[in-house]
Design a protein around this ligand. Structure first.
Ligand code: IVH
Length: 670
């Protein structure tokens, strides 16, 4: 065979084998026998062996797995992979439906796309010009592990996108769930039992364990599969809704779930949930509920996202799993705000694959209302990823040896008095320097979304506090190299690294510092909201409740918590001390142009160069206001492609209509 012929045959075989993979794994409709398939693969392997110059990473022969890696690299997702808000009851779903309608200002029904919530692990697979170039786990949503070699062993994931003669998308970051089917899981565990190997607790753990194997050959032997349901960045293709996405992905050879359904109005989504719940057994892989998503992408942009989850989607979960066990003891933990939390120590019991040995009892009132005693047999419940809870005691099982429990009136950590503020259910340690409180607040301060002090983990914080080296957050910045390296398990190098991370953490944005301070109810998202309204701490210190409550998203409870925080001298001292030790917060660069001062903008249709949020941000940075609906007060309507009804409304109201180009010119970026 001539070299050029070999090359041609290799390419032909690759295309043919991938086509059979697609028919077998995606369409579930094979047209050749396993034996014929193996023959094609053997021929390809032989040719590639003979002509190594034609070897390619995306050849089907490479699916069997490359050589093991030392560790996984991590990589950032170009757009964060968000999680979902949950509902366990119909009421929460109805509330979600109401909120969506209210925020969109719609009277009629919203169209949703509902899908099973797959119980596997989320991944992102990146295709560039149709070729699979990268596979990532979701990780913490911002950064994931690079598992490309392992992803490639999953036969239902195409190495090359199908294009039917057309052009593939320039870039496609497609997201979905890798899972192991119920039957495959059972068979694999049976095999492992025979081989005397440890068993996997459930299909999700098995899938996660298999995908996160350093040796791709191991992954290749595990029966993994995948469904896709979302995209990150996508270049060169325009999609307007989930429905279009779910049509588009299979055309590229990517599997989408067959049980998805379009639902007009939230009522239909609830019907769908009941339907799926009834069919849960017949579905050949594990699901833990459904996901309800607003179909239209423009509407999604309008609804926006919170820090970790979109406001346009909701996970409606099946009722949680319960189990019975015994309360061996009740321990008391002290949190960052001094809150004393009773925790039940349980006789370990398995609930849906996880061993539960502790469960929160929330507070004294809960214990009293439920009547839980030490020694009781109790029913516990575990819902999704939520912390396990004790539901109720089985009173009929009592033999009189059970003991009632009362929270101590002195802090179990520092011995200072415990108080329960009037009207609150929580007992708190009053000592602001209580080591337990200090530890928790420092851990929070150092955490990722906050000051993000690399290398300052929970254990180290505990050591610092226990050794008396750190009594407050600013003390961190007063640590010397000797003090750090003298600690157990810390060498000079780690001390240097930590000092360097601390130094780096001194430069921080206003919103991160606000979040890092641990003000009750002020999470990452609210901290950013506050940052956009206030210039610095002095400014915020002067804010009163009424003023704060006027800000969208800030309710009375949050406003009160902020005012309380800034009226406490200790907190003001803390901020001053942080400044003294060199912490410098800065606000993100915002242009203070006032070119659009007071002008009101509304957007409709899809813009070429901006997401809705980016365009709105541009307006606001130039001093204008972006609102969601057209009224006589609107100054400009910016119309992108396929504008909606706002366009007609704007014409009726005599509002000036701008193209995207004209808009860019106005904000000075065109
Ligand atoms: S959509 C921004 N659809 O649920 C929305 N997620 O809690 C992105 N999941 O990490 C997620 N099935 O692992 C979506 N049909 C489905 C899903 C699904 C399972 C998982 C996914 C994600 C988690 C979010």
């Amino acid at each position: 065979m001539k070299k050029s012929e070999a090359k041609e045959r290799i390419e032909e075989l690759r295309a043919e084998i991938e086509d059979h993979n697609y028919r077998y794994y995606v369409l579930e409709d094979p047209v050749i026998t396993d034996r014929e398939y193996d023959e094609l693969l053997a021929e390809l392997e032989e040719l590639e062996g003979e002509y190594p110059e034609f070897q390619s990473e995306n050849s089907p022969t490479q699916r069997v797995g490359a050589s093991p890696a030392e560790e996984f690299e991590s990589a950032e997702h170009s757009q964060p992979m968000l999680s979902l808000s949950n509902a366990f009851e119909e009421e929460g779903v109805l509330d979600f439906g109401d909120r969506v309608k209210r925020e969109l200002g719609l009277d009629g029904d919203v169209t949703y796309l509902s899908e099973p919530k797959l119980d596997g692990l989320a991944v992102e697979v990146i295709y560039e010009n149709g070729e699979l170039t990268k596979g990532l786990t979701r990780g913490d949503g911002v950064t994931g592990e690079v598992v490309t070699r392992n992803i490639k062993t999953i036969r239902s994931i195409p190495l090359k996108l199908r294009t039917n003669g057309g052009e593939p998308p320039r870039l496609l970051e497609v997201r979905g769930e890798v899972y192991m089917g119920k039957d495959s899981f059972r068979e694999m565990n049976e095999r492992r039992a025979k081989e005397g190997k440890d068993l996997f607790a459930n299909p999700r753990n098995a899938a996660a364990g298999s995908l996160r194997q350093l040796d791709p050959k191991v992954t290749a032997r595990r029966p993994l599969d995948a469904f896709f349901y979302d995209v990150g960045e996508i270049g060169g293709v325009e999609l307007n809704s989930q429905e279009e996405l779910l049509d588009y992905l299979p055309s590229l050879g990517l599997r989408v779930n067959p049980y998805t359904r379009k639902c007009i109005g939230i009522g239909e989504a609830i019907d769908y949930f009941r339907d799926i719940e009834e069919r849960r057994e017949e579905i050949p892989y594990e699901i833990d509920g459904i996901v309800i998503k607003v179909n239209d992408f423009d509407l999604r942009d309008l609804l926006g996202t919170k820090t970790r989850s979109p406001r346009w989607a909701l996970a409606y979960k099946f009722p949680p799993e319960r189990a019975r066990t015994k309360v061996l003891d009740i321990e008391v933990g002290v949190g960052r705000t001094g809150a004393l939390t009773p925790v039940a120590v349980l006789d370990p019991v398995e609930v849906k694959g996880a061993t539960i040995s502790r469960a929160t009892l929330h507070n004294q009132d809960e214990i009293d209302e439920k009547g839980i005693r030490i020694g009781d047999e109790v029913i516990i419940q575990r819902a999704g990823d939520v912390i396990p809870e004790v539901i109720k005691p089985v009173k009929g099982e009592r033999d009189g040896s059970e003991e009632k429990f009362k929270l101590p009136d002195r802090c179990p950590v520092c011995g200072e008095p415990v108080k329960r503020p009037r009207g609150e259910a929580i007992h708190r340690c009053v000592n602001i320097s209580c080591p337990a409180r200090v530890k928790e607040s420092i851990k929070h301060f150092a955490s990722k979304g906050a000051a993000d002090v690399d290398g300052l983990g929970d254990k180290l914080v505990e050591q610092f506090v226990d050794e008396g080296l750190v009594e407050s957050i600013p003390d961190l910045y007063r640590l010397s190299k000797e003090e750090i390296s003298d600690l157990e398990r810390m060498g000079e190098k780690s001390a240097e690294n930590l000092l360097e991370s601390l130094e780096e953490s001194k430069e921080i944005t206003f919103s991160r510092l606000l979040y890092a301070l641990g003000i009750r109810h002020v999470g990452e998202h609210l901290a950013r909201v506050l940052e956009s309204e206030y210039t610095d701490f002095d400014d915020l210190e002067e804010a009163n409740r009424e003023e704060l409550e006027e800000i969208n998203e800030i309710g009375p409870e949050v406003a009160e918590s902020i005012v309380n925080f800034f009226s406490n001298d200790r907190n003001l001292d803390l901020i001053r001390e942080l400044e003294e030790v060199g912490v410098r917060y800065e606000r993100p660069e915002r242009e203070t142009k006032e070119t659009l001062a007071g002008q009101k903008f509304v957007f409709t249709g899809r813009l070429e160069n901006y997401t809705r949020a980016e365009a709105q941000d541009l307006v606001e940075r130039s001093g204008g206001r972006a609102t969601s609906s057209v009224s006589s007060a609107t100054d400009f309507l910016v119309a992108g492609q396929s504008p909606g009804s706002k366009y007609d409304r704007a014409r009726e109201e005599g509002v000036t209509i701008l193209t995207e180009d004209e808009f860019e010119e106005m904000v000075g970026v065109g």
